[in-house]
Write a protein that binds this ligand. Structure first.
Ligand SMILES: C[S@@+](CC[C@H](N)C(=O)[O-])C[C@H]1O[C@@H](n2cnc3c(N)ncnc32)[C@H](O)[C@@H]1O
Length: 282
């Protein structure tokens, strides 16, 4: 049990503005923006690709304002195949983050299990037509893009108590045995089966924020997810003794976020706060 008390604020509103958050007060961001017009989860969410990029541009500029100097922002994303056209989301998001002032630090490739049940099996075309030009590979990866606001001042560690340092220690056994140290992470995705909290949300598995929070934040610091969805980032932040901010445009997700954070089971209701803002949708 971590001794530090943490606070988790969830704002139902558009993260183009995160006016509730003071400047330079966030030590880590972990998020996955809506997948551009993803056929399963977000068909026709955006009028066109430029509208999607406009959201990423506005969000990244606002993110730069709220991030503390030297700190990290992680974006889980993938290029999108929509109606036979592939959109270069990874390249464009990277460019927009650079334009907002961030440094591009790393790209982790998140590999899902080979038997991932949801991918459209494009590779079958070659089985039917075993000739050149019929090759369409099955996609079992996404990217975790890692950006940084300037450079981290490592003298910061001298200001931390030995308790904070102890609680923030990276678990080296997991780091080594699970391969956190590589640019490829093998992590099982949230399986789209049965009745589940994340239905229709395109949630990422807890293991992604868990690794990123441990690798890039100290106990007691504050983690932000501007596209909160079912609340996975806030839930893991809570588990790891970090505070959090989350933005979610769909107030209909409140019940699911409450369940994920254990609010309705009375686990920690005193430090979870919800606010609703009147906002336009994307
Ligand atoms: C890919 S999901 C995030 C899933 C989340 N990582 C999880 O584990 O549940 C993206 C979320 O962003 C929300 N969203 C879309 N546009 C938004 C905006 N402008 N501001 C805030 N949230 C937005 C969507 O409603 C959706 O829940």
């Amino acid at each position: 049990m971590l001794p530090m008390s943490t606070t988790h604020r969830i704002v139902f509103g558009n993260c183009r503005s995160m006016k509730e958050i003071p400047d330079e007060s966030i030590q880590l961001m972990v998020t996955s923006p809506p997948y551009y017009n993803a056929p399963f989860d977000y068909p026709n969410m955006f009028k066109d690709y430029d509208e999607f990029l406009g959201l990423i541009r506005d969000f990244s500029q606002e993110l730069y304002r709220v991030m503390a100097p030297g700190r990290i922002g992680c974006i889980v994303a993938d290029d999108m195949l929509v109606k036979g056209e592939r959109y270069p989301v990874i390249a464009d998001v990277t460019r927009l983050m650079l334009d907002s002032g961030f440094r591009y630090r790393d790209r982790i490739v998140w590999v899902k299990p080979k038997g991932y049940v949801r991918i459209s099996r494009r590779s079958g075309v070659v089985m039917q037509h075993p000739y050149p030009m019929y090759f369409y590979p099955d996609n079992i990866q996404e990217s975790i893009l890692i950006f940084q606001k300037g450079r981290f001042d490592y003298s910061y560690l001298q200001k931390l108590t030995s308790t904070v340092l102890e609680e923030s220690k990276i678990p080296l056994l997991d780091y080594n045995t699970e391969g956190w140290y590589m640019t490829v992470w093998n992590i099982t995705n949230v399986l789209p089966l049965g009745k589940r909290l994340e239905k229709g949300i395109a949630a990422f598995p807890e293991e992604i924020p868990r690794r990123l929070i441990r690798l890039f934040s100290y106990a007691g610091e504050t983690v932000l997810d501007p596209f909160l969805g079912s609340g996975t980032t806030s839930k893991v932040a809570m588990d790891l003794g970090r505070s959090s901010w989350g933005y979610e445009i769909d107030p209909g997700l409140r019940q699911r976020i409450e369940t994920k954070l254990g609010v309705d089971q009375g686990a920690s209701p005193e430090n979870v706060e919800f606010q609703t803002r009147e906002d336009e949708r994307t």
